[in-house]
Ligand binder design. Structure first.
Ligand code: FE2
Length: 367
């Protein structure tokens, strides 16, 4: 299978991965032909790239990070929890009923942890193709996966701490329920006042979560601190260094990374290695350097199925990942010296160290 831009698809092309809505339900099944009306529909759902079946790359297989049931349960549970909170807030209830769902959250978080632990490959969330109709749940799930993947590289958290961190990541943006949707989804530039209001989601989330006495206070601090930065440039309090809880630091990294690598109303997504550049730019100033390094090891830089060009002019598709060298994958070379090869062959960039990826198929994201 191959990752391609919707805009580049012509006739007789078949979808190779399911497309889901924000609750994890299947909108389009793999195997369906991408007719012009289906392409139009995908476009209107905010999808800019898809995996397609392709005879030359049909041995490239992508194992999703989460089992479909886990993903669906996580998204459904979050949407039910958020709706419940919203209802109780509207009714003026002093606390919200999250404690009733605590066991369900714990089961999902444990499931996600065990699936990430079992996974031999780095994390690649591009494989989960979503219609971005209600982004907050997908974002919360992605941040949970990235945060847990980072924390598992750290290796010094207990199982209980890891579970608390997972729960905190799932609920880190719960305070956004108190921000008007018109501001959250505003496609144009925010005014200063609007931005100040958005910043308040950290405090709102903290207030909501700390009232739930059955939840560990660290979970409330995940909401409170995920926008704080190492050098004190973050919000809401502008705390710095060790004043920031390690959970806040980890979620902060996962949050920024998911924000820049996902499609949003106001801009297109970046590719994983471009998102990583953004984190590097803040390494040691905004983000803990050691965590950035761990994060880089946890995630895929060049997703499978992505078309890339090498410094010697060859063109190929990423076909396998090298476990400890996320920036040097195995490629299936399709073109050489401007000619399409009859028989594609593989090149392992981990072994051929003079090779560099100089270009990626940016039409995926920028058209
Ligand atoms: Fe946030």
């Amino acid at each position: 299978m191959r990752l391609v831009a919707l805009s580049s698809i012509q006739e007789n092309v078949y979808l190779a991965e399911n497309v889901l809505n924000s609750r994890g339900q299947v909108l389009l099944r793999s195997g369906v032909e991408l007719t012009s009306s289906i392409l139009k529909r995908l476009h209107s759902l905010g999808i800019t790239y898809v995996y397609i079946e392709d005879a030359r790359t049909d041995d490239i297989y992508i194992r999703p990070v989460l089992a479909e049931e886990t993903r669906r349960e996580a998204l459904t549970m979050m949407s039910e929890a958020f709706h419940q909170v919203k209802k109780e807030l509207a009714e003026g209830s002093p606390r919200f009923g999250l404690h009733k769902m605590e066991k369900r959250f714990a089961v999902v978080v444990r499931d996600i942890i065990s699936q990430i632990k079992e996974r031999k490959e780095a994390i690649d969330l591009l494989t989960h193709l979503y219609a971005h109709d209600d982004y907050i749940f997908i974002h919360s799930l992605n941040v949970t996966i990235y945060t847990l993947a980072l924390s598992l590289k750290l290796k010094n958290l207990t199982a209980k701490q890891t579970e608390e961190l997972g729960l905190g990541a799932m609920l880190h943006d719960v305070g956004k329920l108190l921000i008007p949707a018109a501001i959250l989804k505003k496609p144009s530039r925010l005014t200063g006042e609007e931005f100040e209001l958005i910043k308040k989601h950290t405090e709102f989330g903290f207030d909501l979560l700390r009232k739930e006495h059955s939840l560990p206070v660290t979970v409330a601090h995940c909401a409170f601190q995920h926008h704080e930065r190492l050098n004190g440039s973050g919000y809401p309090r502008g705390i710095s260094g060790d004043e920031i809880h390690i959970f806040g630091k980890m979620i902060g990294i996962a949050d920024v990374y998911d924000a820049v690598t996902s499609n949003r109303i106001y801009r297109k997504a970046m590719l994983p290695h471009e998102g990583m550049e953004i984190l590097y730019a803040g390494s040691g100033t905004e983000f803990e350097t050691a965590y950035i390094e761990m994060f880089r090891k946890a995630i895929v830089m060049y997703p499978k199925g992505l078309t890339v060009w090498l410094n010697d002019g060859r063109k190929g598709v990423v076909s396998e990942q090298n476990e400890h060298m996320s920036d040097r994958p195995v490629l299936l070379i399709l073109e050489e010296e401007g000619h399409v090869l009859d028989v594609p062959y593989k090149v392992n960039m981990a072994k051929e160290t003079t090779l560099m990826i100089t270009e990626t198929d940016t039409t995926l994201f920028y058209t």
